[in-house]
Design a protein around this ligand. Structure first.
Ligand code: PMP
Length: 428
């Protein structure tokens, strides 16, 4: 394969006309394919259908400790759900609160509480002139949406293969008291599929924040979402490390069963120190008498324990793995050696991250759309939707069927080639 940059103008033009002919042919098919969001496929959702059978009108809805799930009460969630999620999140049961169906909702509320009431006695953030958050990039658009919504200034921190650039993180956190938080997806990150190294986790735990109310927002959404049994990333548990480092209150850890059972109908959890949880409960009790305990019980009766979750995730992996491999195979075959893009090869999570040549991502997303392929908007992986290099595109392979996926990837690859040629010809 010759790199496109080494081709002459005439060679590029010739290549372009052949690719355009193929593109026109595919476009005429009027396809409608969606690679935009990390939604599980119907086949994956079917894996949890038995969860609908574990509770029926004849079921006993009393929990292990005698709580009647049908009634009010139990701010923290039922004991067996706390145990299940605590085991999944690798924290003690007493350091977990179970919430409703969405961890994003919990993250939003956590920022909202800090805005209106401060954190463990600190000045409410809304009374401060400036509040800043560090945002490892590329990252999860909905995290950035929360901080943007509250007018919090977001600072890009480049991701490296071992996690966020920790020299920069330490500099900002340890020197600037306006820096109050950092968004982290520490395992199989969204969108790159990167897992933070041991050293990265240790450096996080040993931060010396200038702001007493600085918190790490550790969104472990993909903690059990491996694609392979024999090749898995390992992440050190942050709550324990923070405690060991003398920073027990510095981290909020979030997770949910959204991509384990049903997105939108799962259960979410927050793990934190005793002091943090005490403060959270005091405000939560104003908000709600308790979350959906019936759904919590349904999850426990279905999964039984964390081993049940692990086994269940193997079934998800069997469906997802061929999809990830299909996309990566096409990338390697079609784009390998052309030097017009690079991509990640994650061992878990929901995404593949693609980097085009600078200044091409928006045009690639638009080109693919012309042929009926919807991708996550270019720029979405950066705060304010602004990718300074206009190069990152998040690929979500989970939702389409395998046939749709290979068609969509062919169209994506064709779009990358056509846009890159235009860039090299000076047409962009
Ligand atoms: N965090 C990350 C990193 C995600 O990718 C997602 C969903 N794609 C969420 C949180 C949303 O989780 P939930 O459904 O629990 O709100």
């Amino acid at each position: 394969m010759t790199a496109y940059k080494d081709l002459s103008r005439d060679e590029l033009l010739e290549l372009k006309s052949g690719l355009e002919a193929r593109f026109t042919e595919i476009k005429a098919k009027g396809l409608k394919l969606d690679m935009s969001r990390g939604k599980p496929s119907a086949e994956q959702l079917n894996l949890s259908m038995e969860m609908m059978d574990v509770l029926n009108s004849g079921a006993n809805l009393t929990c292990e400790d005698g709580v009647d799930c049908r009634n009010y009460g139990g701010l923290d969630g039922i004991a067996e759900a706390k145990q299940l999620l605590a085991d999944m999140m690798e924290v003690p049961k007493d350091n977990v609160i179970i919430f409703g169906n969405s961890s994003l909702n919990v993250m939003y509320d956590t920022v909202a509480r800090a805005m209106t009431h401060g954190v463990l006695g600190s000045t409410p953030w809304c009374k401060l002139d400036k509040v800043k958050f560090l945002c490892p990039v590329p990252g999860y658009d909905r995290h950035f949406g929360i901080t943007e919504h509250f007018g919090i200034e977001m600072i890009n921190i480049p991701m490296t293969p071992t996690g966020p650039d920790m020299d920069l993180v330490e500099k900002y956190v340890n020197e600037d008291p306006a820096v109050k938080g950092i968004w982290c997806v520490p395992k199989y990150s969204n969108p790159q599929g990167i897992t933070y190294s041991d050293e990265t986790v240790f450096r996080f735990a040993n931060l010396k924040p200038a702001a007493e109310d600085f918190r790490i927002y550790w969104d472990n959404a993909y903690c059990v979402h491996h694609l392979y049994e024999d090749k898995q990333d390992y992440l050190i548990e942050i709550l324990t490390e923070c405690k060991k480092a003398g920073n027990p209150d510095m981290v909020y850890k979030f997770s949910s069963t959204s991509k384990i059972s049903f997105p939108g109908s799962g259960i979410a959890a927050l793990a934190a120190s005793d002091a943090n949880l005490k403060e959270i409960r005091s405000m939560m009790q104003v908000q709600t008498i308790g979350h959906d305990k019936v759904n919590q019980l349904r999850h426990v009766r279905f999964f039984k324990d964390v081993h049940g979750i692990v086994e269940h995730m193997k079934k998800h992996a069997d469906i997802l793995r061929p999809k990830f491999e299909a996309v990566i195979d096409i990338f390697e075959k079609e784009l390998g050696g052309l030097e017009i893009g690079s991509w990640t090869k994650p061992l878990g999570g929901y995404f593949i991250s693609f980097d085009s040549m600078d200044g091409c991502a928006k045009a690639i997303v638009a080109k693919a759309k012309e042929a009926g392929v919807v991708l996550t908007g270019a720029g979405a992986t950066f705060p304010y939707g602004k990718d300074p290099h206009d190069s990152n595109i998040r690929i979500a392979p989970s939702y389409p069927t395998p046939e749709e996926l290979s068609l969509a990837t062919d169209i994506f690859v064709l779009s990358v080639k056509l846009v890159s040629i235009d860039k090299l010809l000076g047409n962009l």
